[in-house]
Write a protein that binds this ligand. Structure first.
Ligand SMILES: C[S@@+](CC[C@H](N)C(=O)[O-])C[C@H]1O[C@@H](n2cnc3c(N)ncnc32)[C@H](O)[C@@H]1O
Length: 252
C-alpha cells in the first residue's frame, strides 16, 4: 500500500486511525527562510506547531512504533530541536548525529555546502532524534551493525566470533543532492532545497529493526522516504503541502 496526500499534515493525519503507523521518518522545514516552492519557512508559532505535529504523529504510531525526526539547530536558536523534543509526550530513546559529508569518486570526503561568514561556522551536521513511547522500545542491533575492516574480519571472527560490530550514533552519510541530479529535475522555484539522502532513511529503518509495516513521512518533500520504503517492501503514507513536490514525489 502506497498513499500520497497533498495537504497540511495536521489536517491529513486527523483522517488516519490512531496506533496505526509502525515507523515515521521525517524532517520538517527548520524555520530558517529556506526557499521552498510555496511553503513560507518563517512561522511565528514554529515551536508550538512542531510540538503539535510530532505529538500527533506519536498518536498515530503503534505503542511499539518509532519516530525518527531529522532536524538541525539554527543560528537563531541553537536549542530549538531540544525545545521541541523535550516537550513531546513520547521520549527520546537515541540521538544520532548525521554528518553531512560529500561523496567524491566513491569516497566520503569533506563536508556539505558551507556559506562564508565573518562570524559563524556553518553547520555540517544535523540531529536525528529516535523517539519512542517510553524511550525503551526494543531494537535488534544486528540489523544496523557494521562490518569490521576486511583485514581484521577473519581474525575477529576467530577470536571473538564476530565479523560485524554494533553501529554508533554518528553517521557519515553523503549528501546526494550535491552531486546527484534529483534536485535538478525540479526547475526554477520548484527546486527542492532539502532532500534526504536515501541512506539516511535506510539507516533509520535498520535501527528500528522492523522488516515490514507502514512508514509515514508527514513532510514528504520529494518523496525520498517513500522511495526507500517501496524498495524495502514497506507500506508508505506520505503527506506534502506543496502541489509540485507532491506530484514529483508520486512520479519518483
Ligand atoms: C525538509 S523538507 C522534506 C524533504 C524530504 N525529506 C525529501 O527527501 O525531499 C520539508 C517539506 O515539508 C513541506 N511542508 C511544509 N509545511 C507542511 C505541512 N503543514 N504539511 C505537509 N507538508 C509541509 C514543505 O513543502 C517541504 O517540502
Amino acid at each position: 500500500m502506497i498513499k500520497y496526500y497533498n495537504g497540511d499534515c495536521l489536517e491529513v493525519m486527523k483522517e488516519l486511525p490512531d496506533s496505526y503507523i509502525d515507523l515515521c521518518i521525517s524532517s520538517p522545514p527548520y524555520n530558517i527562510y529556506k526557499k521552498y516552492n510555496t511553503y513560507k519557512d518563517n512561522r511565528l508559532d514554529y515551536i508550538d506547531w512542531q510540538i503539535e505535529v510530532w505529538n500527533t504523529v506519536c498518536k498515530k504510531l503503534k505503542d511499539n512504533g518509532h519516530l525518527f525526526l531529522n532536524i538541525q539547530p539554527t543560528r537563531n536558536n541553537y536549542f530549538m530541536p531540544f525545545e521541541i523534543v523535550s516537550n513531546l509526550e513520547w521520549q527520546v530513546q537515541n540521538i544520532f548525529i548525521w554528518n553531512k559529508s560529500l561523496l567524491i569518486d566513491g569516497y566520503v570526503k569533506g563536508q556539505s555546502f558551507a556559506p562564508r561568514s565573518n562570524r559563524y561556522i556553518a553547520n555540517g551536521w544535523e540531529y536525528v532524534f529516535h523517539i519512542t513511547k517510553e524511550g525503551n522500545t526494543d531494537i535488534d542491533q544486528k540489523t544496523s551493525e557494521v562490518p569490521y575492516n576486511p583485514k581484521w574480519a577473519k581474525q575477529n571472527q576467530k577470536r571473538y566470533g564476530y565479523t560485524h560490530r554494533p553501529t554508533v550514533n554518528s553517521w557519515f552519510i553523503p549528501y546526494e543532492t550535491v552531486s546527484k541530479s534529483t534536485v535538478n529535475k525540479l526547475k526554477g522555484n520548484k527546486k527542492h532545497p532539502a532532500i534526504f539522502p536515501k541512506q539516511l532513511v535506510e539507516q533509520c529503518i535498520k535501527i528500528s529493526s522492523l522488516q515490514s509495516g507502514i512508514i509515514l513521512d508527514n513532510f514528504m518533500g520529494t518523496g525520498t522516504t517513500g522511495l526507500v520504503a517501496k524498495e524495502l517492501g514497506f507500506d508508505f503514507i506520505g503527506i506534502e503541502i506543496d502541489k509540485d513536490y507532491y506530484e514529483f514525489a508520486k512520479g519518483r
